[in-house]
Design a protein. Structure first.
Lengths: 357, 321
C-alpha cells in the first residue's frame, strides 16, 4: 500500500485506491448506469419524469430491505427475517397510518420503531443467546409473520390517501398536496420540482443513517467482526454493541420498507410468499452490490445499488415484450452470471489454500 | 483408515437428540391432554394417526436428509424447492417406466451444477443455489406456461407415495431406506468421514489428502437426488405435479436439521438427530392443527420452539481468539 502512495501522485492514488478497494461497488454502479440509460434509450417515453417516478416507486421497498440485509452481511451474518419484518411493519402501518395528521405521524413512527424493535430482539437473541444469525432469524421471521397475521388476518387497510399521493409522486405533487411553497409553484422550486419523492426518501434515509454510522467505532467494529471476529475481540472492540446495532438498524430499514410498501399500496397484507421473496431478493441485491457474503467488505449504499440493478433488469421485460413466462429464467441466469463473474479470481489463484476461509 | 478419519463422537452431540426426542413426547402428551379434555379420546396415540404423520413426514424427512449432507459441510442448498418441483414435473411429463429415473436425473443434474458452482467457482452456496433455484423455476414456468401440468403421476409413483404394505404406508419404507443409506454413508464410508472433515476445516481436510471439491460436489448431488425423490413422491401423493409444490419444504428442512443438533456451520451432527427433528416438526404442525390454532399462532409457536430449543443446546462458543 505504501509503495502505491510513493510512486503515484497523491490524488490519483486516493481515487485509484478507492476504486481498487471497492471494485464490486463501482462495478455495480457502472452496471446500473448502463442498464438504466439503455433502458431509457429504448423506452418509448424514456428520460421522462413519469417513467422515472414509476421506476423509483417500484424499487424503494426492495432497496430498503437490501440495506437491512447489508447491515448483517457486512458483519458476516445473515438476516432471514428482513422480509417478514417488512411484512409485519406494513401490516402495522396499514392499521395506523390514517386519520388526523398527528395520528399519521405517530403511525409512521410506530411502524418504523416496531421494525427497529424487532431487529433489536433479533440482536439480543443472537448476541446473548449466542445463536447463529441465519438460523435464529429463520425462527424469528416465522414469529414476525405470525404477528403480522394476528394484526391483519385478511389483506386490507386504508392508508391515508394524501400521504399515498404525496410519497409516490414528484416533489411538485408533494408540495401541492400539503400546500407548501405556493402549492409547488414557487419559482425557486421549479428546477427540483420534477424530482421523485420516493428516491429522495430512499437516499436521505440511507445517507442520514449509514454515513454517520460507518464513521463511528461501532460502525467500524462491524467491518472488523466481518473480517475476523476473533481479531476484533482481541483488539477490544465493542462486539456485542456492534452486533446489536447491526440488527437494530436492519430492523429499522426493514421497517422503512414496510412503511413505504403500506403507503405505496395503500394497504397491508400478511403475504408469506412475498416476505420470502423479498428476503431472497435482498440476498441477491447485496451480492450484486459488491458486498461479500463472507463479511467485512461492502457498504449499505452498495446494497441499494444492487437492489436498483435487480429492479432495472425487471423493467426491461416490460419494454422488450419478453414473454412473461421467461422472466424468472432470465432473472436467475442474470443472477448466476453476475456472481460467476466474481469467481474469475479463483481461476487465477495459484495456491489453493488461499481459497479456503 | 477408519481410525485415521474417525470423528470423535462427543457426548454433547447426543444431548440435542435426547432433548428433541423428549420434546416430541411432550408434544404428544400435551396434544393428548387437549383431545382428552375436548373430545374424550386420545387419537394422537393411535398407531394409525402416528403412521399417517410419519407418511407426511416422509417427504420432509427425505428433503432434510439431503439438506443435512450439505449443512454438514457448512453450506446450504436453497435450490431444494424448485428441484423438487422440476423433478416432479419432468417425471409426470415423461410418464411410464421412465418417470422416476427422469425425475432423479433432474436432481442429479441440479446437484452436479450446484456442486460445480460451490466447489470449483467458490461462489457462496447461499447465493449460488438461490440462483439455481430461480433458474429452475424459470425453466419450469416456461415449460408449463405457468399452469399446473395436465400430466399425471404414474401408478408406481402413487404406489410409493400413498399405498400401504400391511397397513404401513410405503412412503415410510422409502424414507427408512433413504435414512439407512445416508446414515451408513455418514458413519461407515470414507465419503461420510470426508464430509465431517471438510465441514470442520476445509483447508485441513485438503492438506490431509481429501479431495474436498469432490466431497462438496458429492454432497450437493445427494441433496439434489433427495429433493428430486421427495418431489416425485409428493407428485405421487397428490396424483400430479403443481407449481410451487416444494416451497413449503425448504425452511422446515433446514429447521429439522438444526433442531436435530447438526451445527449450521458444519462439521458436527448425527443423522438420527435429523430424523427426530423431522418428527418433531411434523408432530408440532399436526398437534397445532388439531387444536385448531390459527395460522398466526402456529407461525409464532413454530418460531419460538426453534429459538427455545436452540437456546437450550444450540449455543455457540463465544469467539475469543
Amino acid at each position: 500500500m505504501s509503495t502505491v502512495a510513493i510512486t503515484t501522485p497523491p490524488r490519483a492514488s486516493a481515487i485509484g485506491m478507492s476504486i481498487r478497494q471497492n471494485r464490486g461497488f463501482y462495478g455495480a454502479l457502472a452496471l446500473l448506469a448502463v442498464l438504466y440509460i439503455v433502458y431509457n434509450l429504448i423506452h418509448p417515453r424514456g428520460f421522462s419524469t413519469n417513467v422515472f417516478i414509476a421506476n423509483t416507486n417500484e424499487s424503494v421497498a426492495l432497496a430498503f430491505v437490501a440495506m437491512a440485509q447489508a447491515m448483517t452481511v457486512i458483519m458476516g451474518g445473515l438476516d432471514l427475517s428482513v422480509g417478514a419484518v417488512m411484512t409485519l411493519t406494513s401490516c402495522i402501518a396499514s392499521e395506523m397510518v390514517r386519520g388526523e395528521p398527528w395520528q399519521i405521524v405517530v403511525g409512521c413512527i410506530v411502524s418504523v420503531a416496531a421494525g427497529a424493535g424487532f431487529g433489536l430482539v433479533n440482536g439480543l437473541v443472537i448476541v446473548y443467546g449466542r445463536l447463529q444469525p441465519i438460523i435464529a432469524t429463520l425462527a424469528t421471521g416465522a414469529v414476525a409473520v405470525g404477528l403480522a397475521l394476528l394484526i391483519r388476518p385478511e389483506p386490507g387497510g386504508e392508508v391515508d390517501l394524501d400521504l399515498n399521493w404525496a410519497a409516490t409522486n414528484s416533489l411538485r405533487d408533494l408540495a401541492e398536496t400539503y400546500h407548501l411553497f405556493e402549492d409547488g409553484e414557487a419559482s425557486w422550486f421549479q428546477p427540483i420540482a420534477w424530482f421523485p419523492v420516493p428516491l429522495i426518501i430512499l437516499v436521505v434515509i440511507a445517507a442520514a443513517v449509514w454515513i454517520p454510522f460507518r464513521r463511528t467505532v461501532t460502525g467500524r467494529t462491524l467491518y472488523a467482526i466481518g473480517s475476523s471476529e476473533g481479531a476484533a475481540y482481541m483488539s477490544g472492540l465493542p462486539i456485542n454493541r456492534a452486533k446489536l446495532w447491526a440488527f437494530t438498524l436492519a430492523g429499522f430499514f426493514a421497517g422503512c420498507a414496510g412503511l413505504y410498501l403500506a403507503i405505496q399500496t395503500g394497504s397491508g397484507s400478511a403475504d408469506i410468499p412475498q416476505a420470502g421473496a423479498y428476503t431472497l431478493n435482498s440476498i441477491a441485491a447485496v451480492v450484486l452490490g459488491g458486498i461479500s457474503l463472507l463479511g467485512g467488505v461492502g457498504t449499505v449504499i452498495g446494497a441499494l445499488v444492487g437492489a436498483l440493478i435487480l429492479r432495472a433488469i425487471s423493467f426491461y421485460f416490460r419494454i422488450l415484450s419478453v414473454d412473461p413466462l421467461l422472466q424468472p429464467l432470465v432473472e436467475g441466469v442474470v443472477l448466476l452470471a453476475a456472481v460467476s463473474l466474481g469467481a474469475i479470481r479463483t481461476l487465477r489463484v495459484k495456491n489453493r489454500l488461499e481459497l479456503f476461509r | 483408515m477408519a481410525n485415521a478419519l474417525t470423528v470423535p463422537r462427543l457426548r454433547s452431540d447426543d444431548l440435542p437428540i435426547a432433548i428433541s426426542a423428549g420434546f416430541v413426547l411432550v408434544i404428544l402428551a400435551l396434544g393428548s391432554v387437549y383431545t382428552l379434555a375436548t373430545l374424550g379420546t386420545a387419537p394422537l396415540l393411535t398407531p394409525n394417526y402416528l403412521l399417517t404423520q410419519l407418511q407426511t413426514g416422509a417427504f420432509l424427512g427425505i428433503v432434510a436428509a439431503g439438506m443435512m449432507m450439505v449443512i454438514l459441510l457448512g453450506h446450504i442448498d436453497l435450490s431444494v424447492p424448485w428441484t423438487m418441483t422440476a423433478a416432479a414435473m419432468m417425471a409426470t411429463t415423461v410418464g411410464g417406466p421412465g418417470a422416476i429415473p427422469t425425475g432423479l436425473a433432474v436432481g442429479l443434474l441440479v446437484g452436479l451444477f450446484n456442486g460445480f458452482g460451490v466447489a470449483y467457482l467458490r461462489i457462496p452456496s447461499m447465493i449460488f443455489t438461490l440462483g439455481v433455484d430461480s433458474v429452475m423455476r424459470g425453466l419450469m414456468v416456461a415449460h408449463t406456461g405457468g399452469f399446473s401440468p395436465v400430466t399425471e403421476s404414474t401408478p408406481l409413483m402413487r404406489y410409493l407415495a400413498s399405498d400401504r404394505i400391511l397397513g404401513v404406508p410405503v412412503a415410510i419404507f422409502v424414507w427408512a431406506a433413504v435414512s439407512v443409506v445416508i446414515a451408513a454413508m455418514l458413519s461407515r464410508t470414507a465419503f461420510g468421514k470426508s464430509i465431517y472433515a471438510t465441514g470442520n476445516r476445509e483447508a485441513a481436510a485438503y492438506l490431509s489428502g481429501i479431495r474436498t471439491r469432490w466431497v462438496i460436489v458429492g454432497a450437493f448431488v445427494v441433496s439434489g437426488l433427495c429433493a428430486a425423490l421427495a418431489g416425485i413422491l409428493l407428485a405421487g401423493y397428490s396424483a400430479k405435479a403443481y407449481q410451487g409444490m416444494g416451497n413449503a419444504y425448504l425452511l422446515p428442512a433446514i429447521a429439522a436439521v438444526v433442531i436435530g443438533g447438526t451445527h449450521i456451520l458444519g462439521g458436527r451432527g448425527r443423522f438420527i438427530g435429523t430424523v427426530v427433528g423431522v418428527i418433531l416438526i411434523v408432530l408440532l404442525n399436526s398437534v397445532l392443527s388439531i387444536m385448531q390454532m390459527p395460522e398466526a399462532g402456529r407461525q409464532i409457536i413454530y418460531g419460538l420452539v426453534i429459538i427455545v430449543m436452540l437456546l437450550v443446546y444450540g449455543r455457540t462458543a463465544k469467539v475469543t481468539s
